[in-house]
Design a protein around this ligand. Structure first.
Ligand code: ADP
Ligand code: MG
Length: 623
């Protein structure tokens, strides 16, 4: 699901009071909060001056949970109550989590149903929303302390690939933490905003995000202030921590330390490797000491050691370009995001592949929070120069009821908004002057299985034969997700319109359910649609045949007339049967037996038309 951003230059300038709003990067490994303070949006530090809050929560008996560095430190001694990487659990069922194959040292509550896993801790049962809320609450406390006031709103970032359930749970967590969510913002979009790329007219941007345990590449296209995610790729099991593990193995092999390590020793070694990795970002060669061994390692050796991991990230970039049918030459900017992109080995590989220097002026692990902070500032009304709107995509298809209670989808699900689409329809009956329009939402083929949004009528259609009128139905979803539907009869310009809020009363669960049911019923729906279409075609043919006989009956012999009547009545009887093949066969038969009659009519009317009479005039005069 893509989030995009629209800038409307020339918005009215107002001078509102300063409101407190923050941007929050709720990361798998680390989280941050940023806000506008003293000129520009900056990340906010904790009392010890640290910006990154490790996304780790330790639950304790009769005490509030411990969030951040101290909790991370306690992971080794209290793994069952110390929740790390909770972002991986958001919006997932227990069976999905098990299938992902992550090592989860927690005891999941057996009394919950599969769709809402929760962890048993010494402080009670905690679901992923609760754990995320505890991280968010910690950041909110920090922000209120720094900004000396009550927060009025927050923009929270999510990966571009997050689905509805993951987004909804992120929102739920924020609500539980007492935050007013102004918007969820895609992480890559936030990165582009932090670099001010949104003020450019157009461009293609690669956001290369290598965090602690996840890797995401997004290709954003910017057109007149609107960001669109064109392609995403990545690996949810690849991050800076994998580089730590390789380095740790290397150190152990250098030190010839053969014996098995216990959990605490493993964590100590990983810390050593992590520290070494960080030092390699600032120096070409570093010294290392482990047990009795001392030695050194340089970035070239490190690059060789991690060659497979580096290649994996570059192959993902290649794939993302291919998915968007682009080449490196099409890319205008590359943004490095995530602490692990500080590694020179990564920077070099990215520069080599894209044949261009990536943007690196901003701290890669703070960019996302800064971009979110900038948006929060705008959305809360502090920034008045431009009027920004952040947009979602349309989560469910929007369409219109057509004959036979079928749904014609006009705006398919996942279309980025704002969007406008039009389609032409026609009348079903001769002389029809009113058309009633029924606007529906959902993925199913039949109206009864979709959600009814609104009904309205277009009146004053000039009487014409069925199929001659041209009615243009236009669907427009605006920046706030508001749907406007208009119907216009093209010859007279007669118009009717209506406005609806498609998301009204719909929550993520309901959306999920609607999508699920469309998958469950895909086959049955197709059959139902085929039947309705066959019935419709048959009814139309019978109507056309009856009116043709009324007008040009004298062109038929007695025998022909009987054959046609017989075919009509057989078809008429079959329509209600529910057997679409049979209806098709009898429709064909009626077409066949009336073929000569149709040809004779055609000759006659072409003759008349050549003499200056239109077919419509002829048909009208017969009524
Ligand atoms: P996430 O987005 O997953 O929450 P971050 O963006 O905070 O994670 O990235 C964390 C990763 O960045 C860790 O693996 C950490 O070791 C790595 N990292 C942080 N600083 C540096 C550095 N100076 N050099 C190399 N790696 C770093
Ligand atoms: Mg991140």
């Amino acid at each position: 699901m893509a989030l995009l951003k629209i800038s409307e230059p020339g918005g009215k300038a107002t001078q509102p009071a300063h409101h407190l709003a923050v941007g929050i990067d709720l990361g798998t490994t680390n989280s941050l909060v940023a806000a506008s303070c003293g000129g520009g949006v900056k990340p906010l530090p904790d009392a010890e001056g640290r910006y990154l809050l490790p996304s780790v929560v330790q639950y304790r008996e009769n005490q509030p949970p411990l969030v951040g560095a101290q909790a991370k430190f306690n992971t080794a001694t209290d793994p069952a109550n110390t929740i790390v990487s909770v972002k991986r659990l958001l919006g997932k069922s227990l069976s999905e989590l098990t299938a992902l194959g992550h090592f989860l040292p927690y005891q999941f509550d057996a009394n919950r149903d599969d769709s809402s896993p929760a962890i048993v801790t010494v402080a009670g049962i905690k679901d992923p929303v609760r754990v995320s809320a505890d991280i968010l609450a910690e950041l909110a406390r920090r922000a209120e302390h720094c900004l000396k006031g009550k927060l009025e709103g927050a923009v929270i970032t999510v990966p571009a690939y997050f689905d509805d359930a993951q987004r909804q749970q992120t929102k739920d967590a924020a609500a539980l933490a007492g935050l007013n969510v102004l918007r969820l913002l895609n992480e890559p979009t936030a990165a582009a905003v932090a670099y001010g790329l949104d003020s450019q007219d157009q461009g293609n941007i690669i956001v290369f995000d290598l965090g602690g345990g996840t890797f995401d590449v997004s290709l954003l296209s910017l057109q007149k202030g609107v960001f669109e995610v064109l392609a995403t790729g990545g690996d949810t099991n690849l991050g800076g921590d994998d580089f730590d593990r390789l380095l740790a193995d290397w150190i152990r092999s250098q030190a010839n330390s053969g014996n098995e390590l216990d959990a605490a020793a493993t964590i100590r070694l990983l810390h050593l490797a992590n520290d070494a990795k960080h030092r390699l970002s600032d120096a070409a060669t570093i010294d290392l000491t482990y047990q009795q061994w001392s030695g050194e390692i340089n970035n070239e050796q490190f690059a060789e050691l991690c060659d497979d991991l580096i290649k994996k990230t570059i192959n993902t970039c290649r794939r993302v370009l291919r998915d968007a049918a682009m080449t490196v030459a099409d890319i205008d900017n590359i943004i490095l995001v995530g602490g692990a992109t500080r590694m020179p080995v990564i920077r070099e590989a990215v520069t080599r592949f894209f044949e261009k220097q990536p943007l690196t002026e901003l701290d890669p692990d703070k960019i996302v929070a800064i971009g979110a902070g900038i948006q929060a500032d705008v959305l809360i009304g502090n920034k008045s120069a431009e009027n920004f709107l952040l947009l979602d995509v349309n989560p469910l298809s929007l369409g219109i009821e057509t004959m036979g209670e079928l749904v014609e989808k006009i705006i398919p699900r996942n279309t980025t908004i704002p969007v406008a689409k039009a389609q032409e329809f026609t009348t079903f009956k001769d002389g029809q002057t009113i058309m009633s329009l029924h606007v529906v939402q959902g993925e199913r083929e039949l109206v009864k299985d979709c959600r009814s949004l609104a009904r309205f009528e277009l009146r004053g259609i000039p009487p014409m034969v069925a199929g001659a009128a041209k009615i243009r139905v236009r669907f427009q979803v605006d920046a706030d997700g508001l749907l406007g539907v208009s119907a216009e009869e093209l010859s007279t310009g007669k118009m009717a319109e209506i406005q609806v809020k498609p998301s009204y009363g719909l929550n993520a669960d309901a959306i999920e359910q609607m999508l699920q049911s469309s998958q469950d019923h895909a086959h049955a729906d197709m059959e139902a649609r085929a039947l309705k279409e066959a019935q419709l075609e048959a009814t139309q043919l019978i109507d056309a045949m009856n009116s043709a006989r009324k007008i040009d009956g004298e062109l038929l012999t007695e025998a022909e007339s009987e054959r046609i009547m017989d075919a009509v009545s057989q078809l008429q009887n079959e329509i209600a049967s529910g057997n679409s093949n049979q209806i098709h066969a009898l429709t064909e038969r009626l077409n066949r037996v009336s073929g000569d009659f149709a040809a004779r009519r055609m000759d006659l009317h072409i003759g008349k038309a050549l003499r200056g009479e239109s077919i419509e005039a002829v048909e009208k005069s017969a009524d």
